[in-house]
Design a protein around this ligand. Structure first.
Ligand code: SF4
Ligand code: SF4
Length: 338
């Protein structure tokens, strides 16, 4: 059972929530798309329910709310360091089922795979997750194949149309906040998709020597190593470190962690002028097998959640889905069926 708000009552609801939380959801960023004269849909702080984009897939995922593209992790002078203060407000993130599954992957890497990450943990602990239903599948989604089309690890469910906002809280804190609000009791089923146009079958096992198969060679010529596919992926977690020294005092500055990508030059550089995976074919192989093979060997479930964002964003029209299909068709010796 949940609360149904008329649009004008929903304004008061958002004001009430905004007193306690910064509220993030997919929004339009005009003219900021990857391709010329296009908009970008990515996560930002909303001030109205009308800011939320419902009818399109977000180009970037929710992950930048918890893991900013560039995140200052400490300030330093010659003698001292200081960790930045946490944000003053808690957070709410509106997100879809596939992204809730992606959050499980982020938690796995940042909270349980070795020592807990201090910055991720303090952001995550103060975050409520509100599930946005999917009335239909978007192009290139394959969440049903990946088993991520439904989720239950949310704090509330939201459904909206032009006249009303329905909010069904599971979390006690949100339930308390909703007490006394102008709303009607109501109950709606959660919208989730049961079929996608795109479907994949990921092979359980791959042949010995897959890393050297000719399959990867086409990517050496086509991929330009821009890293977009990693940046839009809700499950990519790699970062690099940058120390920034202030111009007016070169002895003070800040250390930032900044998103990185296994597809870009320099990612595998090591002391001694060593670099692993120099060509783009090897980098594509590393990325794809990590998403649908190597991660599962370690954690028992696939890293990829089937959001299709990497498919949508590649400037070279490299299809991750086509690559997965080829893996399913591969024969010993290395050629996929055409
Ligand atoms: S690999 Fe592609 S389809 Fe899979 S989760 Fe990442 S962006 Fe989505
Ligand atoms: S696969 Fe496409 S998006 Fe990814 S690094 Fe290569 S060119 Fe860029």
């Amino acid at each position: 059972m949940g609360n149904l708000f008329k649009k004008e009552e929903a304004v008061l609801l958002l004001n009430k929530l905004s007193d306690v939380y910064d509220i993030y959801a997919p929004m339009v960023f005009k003219g900021e798309g990857c391709f010329s004269d296009t908009d970008s849909i990515r996560y930002g702080k909303i001030t109205s329910f009308d800011d939320i984009v419902w009818d399109k897939k977000s180009d970037y995922s929710f992950k930048e709310v918890l893991l900013p593209i560039s995140d200052t992790i400490l300030y330093f002078t010659e003698k001292e360091m200081k960790v930045p203060d946490p944000s003053e407000k808690k957070r709410i993130i509106f997100l879809r089922s596939c992204d809730l599954h992606a959050l499980k992957r982020l938690d796995e890497i940042y909270l349980t795979n070795g020592a807990e990450d201090f910055y991720y943990k303090r952001a995550r602990e103060n975050t409520k997750l509100i599930l946005m239903g999917c009335k239909k599948s978007f192009d290139s989604c394959f969440c049903v194949s990946m088993g991520t089309n439904q989720a239950d690890n949310y704090d509330a469910y939201i459904k909206m149309d032009k006249e009303s906002v329905y909010l069904e809280p599971k979390d006690e804190e949100l339930k308390t906040l909703l007490e006394g609000t102008e709303s009607e009791e109501a109950s709606f089923e959660i919208d989730y998709v049961t079929d996608n146009i795109e479907k994949v079958t990921i092979p359980e096992t791959l042949p010995e020597g897959i890393q050297d198969f000719p399959l990867w060679e086409e990517y050496a010529g086509r991929c330009v190593g821009c890293g977009r596919c990693n940046f839009v992926c809700p499950t990519c977690t790699c970062f690099t470190m940058q120390d920034v020294f202030y111009q007016d005092n070169q002895k003070a500055g800040e250390r930032r962690r900044v998103w990185s990508s296994c597809q870009v030059d320099g990612f595998t550089d090591m002391a001694g002028n060593i670099s692993f995976r120099k060509d783009q074919g090897a980098r594509m192989r590393f990325k794809v097998l990590h998403k649908v093979y190597d991660y599962k060997k370690r954690f028992g479930y696939h890293m990829c959640v089937g959001c299709g964002r990497c498919e949508d964003v590649c400037p070279e029209y490299i299809s991750y889905l086509a690559c997965i299909h080829k893996l399913g068709e591969i024969k010993d010796g290395g050629n996929a069926d055409e």
